[in-house]
Design a binder for this molecule. Structure first.
Ligand code: PLP
Length: 458
């Protein structure tokens, strides 16, 4: 049996309708720099950083070496009740780059776990200090925090989450400031209205609310919704005012992605808890973290018999190979000035987008650093979307694949999240492919809809 047949016979892929996979299978064999190669030798730009992870490109020598070096010592030992060298060194480094409020690091293996842990910490914090009524969470509509049940409970994307409704714990949801869909695209009004909605919920319910969860500056999976200026800092003020812990999700935005080490730095926001993952190992191995303040940490610190311990952990927590490569990743951030570079290169990228924005079915292009989304609409004037069945962004991504570029859309939004190491030439080449694919597929889809409509009219 060849590999493609085996993949169809034995695998069940994450977040994938397997019927789609069966129609368009793909097996990656290797990668180098910002390209990956499939088993037939065809090369593709990794324009979504292998789902938002990759930083320095594939097979980066310093990262490869760090893993090999660690492997000569030990691959894994537990973090339950003891620690290891790279996990300890990495924790110090991570606290060094975090917002000042955050002083402790709790490890896990994925962004969803990191959020799940943040939620449990926030909940138990109030239990431990005797404010036992504070049990609920408030989260932002259209938010995404990962796929475990706790993370799904504070998430709010109907097509992913609705089916699990009865399994989820209940909480409050507040509106998201989506400027593109707001009348006259007025960012200030859009922001103020969202903050007012949030405040009205907090005013009535803060005594039962433990924490607020929010993606930092950009809703990723929800369609690359960039929050208007002053929103995140406004949310911080309200959390402080109503004594609710602010849990920031930097899983997608952290580690330079938006032009700051963490996106909350854009608004000098200091969270109470913060989850990060994805770019932390340069896209190499599954490490994620939950940061907390000393105040939260201290609420768990007591004699064992008082049972204030955080009873949470995973088999591979603090894995040495992962922590070693994360350390090397942070060294490269310094050495290659990754964050400063993104700030610069994203201006160039913004220029490239101007060309794309003129396409007839490109409704909106949203960008913060190297975190970008291109929203396709059927009618640019009315902003009316393509019908759900049309899957215009998905079909565009298949066309991009044909043209030698990989990405994965979220709804009707084409995602562009290239590795941070991408050069200006790389960006230009990638945007050209994306433009070509969008142009061709969106025109074809629109034509089919127009034909159907005119038949109905007749
Ligand atoms: C990807 C993502 C997660 C989940 O991370 P996993 O490592 O896939 O579990 C959580 N939050 C945000 C904002 C993400 O983009």
């Amino acid at each position: 049996m060849d590999l493609i047949e085996k993949s169809k016979k034995y695998l069940w892929l994450p977040f994938t309708q397997m019927k789609d996979y069966d129609e368009n299978p793909l097996i990656i064999e290797s990668g180098k720099g910002i390209k990956v190669k499939d088993i037939d030798g065809k090369e593709y730009y990794d324009a979504f950083s292998s789902v938002w992870l990759n930083v320095h490109g594939h097979r980066k020598k310093e990262l490869d070496d760090a893993i090999r070096e660690q492997l000569d010592k030990i691959a894994h030992s537990t973090l339950l009740g003891m620690t290891n060298i790279p996990a300890t060194e990495l924790a110090e480094n991570l606290v060094g780059i975090a917002p000042h409020s955050l002083s402790r690091v709790f490890y896990s293996d994925s962004g969803a776990e990191a959020m799940e842990i943040a939620v449990k910490m926030a909940y138990q914090y109030w239990q431990n200090i005797g404010k036992t009524n504070k049990q609920k969470f408030i989260s932002i509509k259209n938010g995404y925090h990962g796929d475990t049940i706790g993370a799904v409970s504070v998430g709010s994307i109907d097509i992913f989450h609705k089916v699990y409704g009865p399994l989820m714990f209940k909480g409050f949801k507040t509106s998201v400031p989506n400027v593109y869909r707001y009348p006259a695209e007025n960012p200030k009004k859009c922001r103020d209205e969202a903050l007012e909605t949030l405040e009205s919920i907090l005013k009535d319910h803060h005594e039962e609310i433990a924490g607020l969860t929010i993606e930092s500056m950009v809703q990723g999976a929800g369609g690359m919704i960039v929050m208007p200026e002053g929103y995140l800092s406004g949310v911080r003020e309200l959390c402080t005012k109503y004594n609710v812990l602010m849990i920031i999700d930097e899983v997608a935005t952290g580690f330079g992605r938006t032009g700051k080490m963490f996106a909350c730095e854009h608004e000098e926001v200091e969270p109470d808890l913060m989850a990060a993952g994805k770019g932390i190992t340069g896209g190499y191995l599954p490490i994620a973290i939950t940061y907390t303040t000393e105040k939260i940490y201290e609420a768990f610190y007591d004699d064992y018999t008082n049972l204030k311990t955080l009873f949470h952990g995973h088999s591979y927590t603090g894995n040495q190979l992962g922590c070693a490569v994360a350390l090397a990743n942070l060294d490269l951030f310094k050495k290659d000035q990754i964050v400063q570079q993104i700030a610069q290169k994203s201006e160039y990228l913004n220029e490239l987008f101007k060309d794309l924005a003129d396409l007839p079915h490109v409704g909106d292009i949203r960008q913060l650093g190297f975190m970008c989304g291109i929203e396709l609409v059927y009618d640019k004037q009315t902003k009316s979307p393509f019908p759900f069945e049309s899957r215009v962004a998905y079909k565009s991504s298949l066309k991009m694949r044909e043209l030698g570029l990989l990405t994965r859309p979220t709804g009707d939004v084409v995602v562009f999240m290239p590795p941070l190491a991408s050069t200006k030439e790389d960006l230009k080449a990638m945007i050209e492919i994306i433009k070509e694919a969008i142009k061709c597929v969106s025109a074809e889809e629109a034509l089919q809809i127009d034909r159907k409509n005119s038949q109905v009219a007749r």
